[in-house]
Design a protein around this ligand. Structure first.
Ligand SMILES: CC(C)(COP(=O)(O)OP(=O)(O)OC[C@H]1O[C@@H](n2cnc3c(N)ncnc32)[C@H](O)[C@@H]1OP(=O)(O)O)[C@@H](O)C(=O)NCCC(=O)NCCS
Length: 173
């Protein structure tokens, strides 16, 4: 996974109306542009995925993606998405997890990870892994809270000198 753009999703300016509700639904082909735009916002240039890269991940037969949509006011806005894979080795991998800055700390990321982990378990996966930039303390706090552990440091993971943490957790514990 990638190194994140530095947004403070908890700022007062970024707060949306409390009337908003969310729904998680599977990815649809018409989401691609919105997902690409959100990834550009969430991650630094050169680290965020191109439209073609996102499309390639979404076409993988072992991958699945869900989108969280705001269903209140404003309706239909893409609040976040996740792309996950679960291959033959029965290990899930979080390819990317993106929540729009103005929708953070509203449990959108948690909803997406709950859905992804459930799908991995249903596909026989016994563990989930991901990589997150060493300086992405927000993501590390989020994953630690979900029971993930830092498993190892990967030097120069992004090819620009920055290290990443491999994080993971066993499912069903
Ligand atoms: C990391 C990310 C996905 C979290 O999404 P989110 O919808 O804001 O997360 P949630 O609201 O579900 O947070 C669940 C818990 O995680 C922890 N957490 C989330 N953001 C946090 C932050 N900025 N600081 C400390 N803890 C945080 C908290 O324990 C939080 O519970 P609380 O709000 O009740 O305190 C989001 O910040 C994001 O998209 N960041 C940019 C992209 C990125 O880094 N993706 C992951 C790359 S590996």
């Amino acid at each position: 996974m990638k190194q994140a753009e530095d947004h403070d999703g908890s700022s007062a300016q970024g707060r949306k109306t409390r009337l908003t509700e969310f729904r998680v639904r599977p990815y649809r082909a018409s989401d691609l542009d919105a997902l690409h735009q959100l990834d550009q916002i969430c991650f630094l240039p050169g680290v965020s995925y191109s439209r073609a890269e996102i499309a390639r991940y979404l076409r993988r037969p072992d991958a699945k993606s869900w989108v969280v949509e705001a269903t209140g006011e404003p309706a239909g806005e893409t609040a976040g998405f996740v792309i996950v894979s679960c291959g033959r080795r029965q290990q899930g991998h979080i390819i990317t997890l993106d929540v729009a800055p103005s929708w953070r700390r509203r449990a959108v990321g948690s909803m997406l990870m709950d859905t992804a982990e459930k799908w991995i378990a249903q596909h026989g996966g016994t563990a989930v892994f991901l990589e997150t930039a060493e300086d992405n303390l927000t993501a590390q706090a989020f994953y630690l809270r979900r029971g993930y552990a830092r498993l190892g440091r990967i030097e120069d993971y992004y090819g620009r000198g920055e290290a990443a943490w491999l994080m993971g957790k066993r499912l069903g514990e």
